[in-house]
Design a protein around this ligand. Structure first.
Ligand SMILES: *Cc1c(COP(=O)(O)O)cnc(C)c1O
Length: 328
């Protein structure tokens, strides 16, 4: 039995998020609309104060905790957008936050977490070790674990993106959504289809290590081998004991694609050069899929979820090099 996420849950999330997360703009991309003979819109989650949409889920979860729980604090183990979102949301809502990180995490990422007002606990040699520490804080100190995706409150928080989409563009034909653990796609899919069951929701993952796509094919959550990708925010498994997002994504996703590293690189460079936007690989996979798989969107109203801006100059240069020498 899995925990459902309803349209009602998403409306409740929206109320908790009001005045906390940004209601992000949906803008028409002139260059992509021209190129694909469609109306291509960009949902700019890059403009969230934490730099990615994950703030929505973290705020919804933390705002749902009791005042006693807020006092005991919240924890998670994440180096990326989720860790930043939890730190940001906890500070905003007056909760203590401990973000567990491994020794391998670079100092600038540790400093970024601390700058957001959270405690960065550096422990162990791997992400798994950091997760053990987070679980210990839950068991021994009564802190609340904030999951990155597999929690109905997290998926409902991300689903508020779908409500905003349907308000701004009720005639939306198709949304392209980056797919990793499935909180983002599951939430958006529930909201979009709750308003218009005929709208199409397309998931996009990187070529290798697409945990949700492999799990759906297997009919149950499976482990995947991780590989470095420009879309690093799409890495990681969905959890062998997945209780929410596997069933949700299976229900609301219409189709899915995998994209290669050169295709992600070209899409990132498109955002940089044509849209004048800095977006990370995971946020560019929708465009990468349309390009690489020649998806026919002519005459359609299409939304790309531009999910986060976590990219540095070095990564952008790596992407640039990959376009010149795709075999690298
Ligand atoms: C986490 C993340 C995703 C994927 O979200 P899931 O809920 O794990 O599927 C996509 N893009 C960015 C930028 C992310 O940080």
């Amino acid at each position: 039995m899995s925990d459902p996420v309803t349209l009602h849950d998403i409306y409740l999330a929206r109320q908790r998020l009001a005045g906390q997360a940004a209601r992000t703009p949906l803008i028409l991309s002139q260059s992509l609309s021209l190129r694909f003979e469609a109306e291509v819109y960009l949902k700019l989650e890059t403009l969230q104060p934490s730099g990615a949409f994950k703030l929505r889920g973290a705020l919804n979860k933390i705002a749902s905790l009791s005042s006693e729980q807020l006092e005991r604090g919240v924890t998670t183990a994440s180096t990326g957008n989720h860790g930043r979102a939890v730190a940001w949301a906890a500070k905003r809502l007056g909760a203590r936050a401990v973000i567990c990180l491994s020794e391998l995490v670079p100092a600038n990422k540790v400093a970024a977490i601390e700058a957001l007002g959270a405690e960065a606990r550096v422990i162990g040699r791997s992400q798994d070790d950091a997760f053990v520490e987070a679980r210990r804080l839950v068991a021994e100190e009564g802190m609340a674990l904030i999951e990155p995706f597999d929690d109905p409150l997290i998926a409902a928080g991300q689903g508020t993106i779908g409500l905003e989409l349907m308000e701004d563009l009720p005639s939306l034909d198709r949304a392209f959504v980056g797919l990793s653990g499935g909180g983002l796609l599951g939430g958006i899919g529930r909201a979009v289809k709750g308003v218009n069951p005929r709208a199409t929701v397309t998931g996009v993952s990187m070529q290798r290590g697409a945990a949700m796509i492999d799990s759906l094919a297997a009919g149950r959550p499976v482990e995947v081998e991780e590989e470095a990708s420009l879309a690093d925010s799409l890495g990681g498994g969905i959890g062998l004991d997945n209780r929410c997002t596997f069933a949700l994504v299976r229900e609301v996703m219409d189709d899915h694609y995998r994209v290669s590293e050169p295709a992600i690189a070209r899409a990132m460079l498109h955002f940089f050069e044509q849209e004048k936007m800095l977006v990370e690989g995971a946020a560019a996979v929708g465009l990468a899929a349309i390009e690489e798989h020649d998806i026919d969107i002519r005459g359609q109203k299409v939304a790309l979820i531009v999910s986060g801006n976590g990219v540095d100059a070095e990564t952008l240069m790596r992407a640039r090099a990959l376009i010149d020498y795709p075999e690298r």
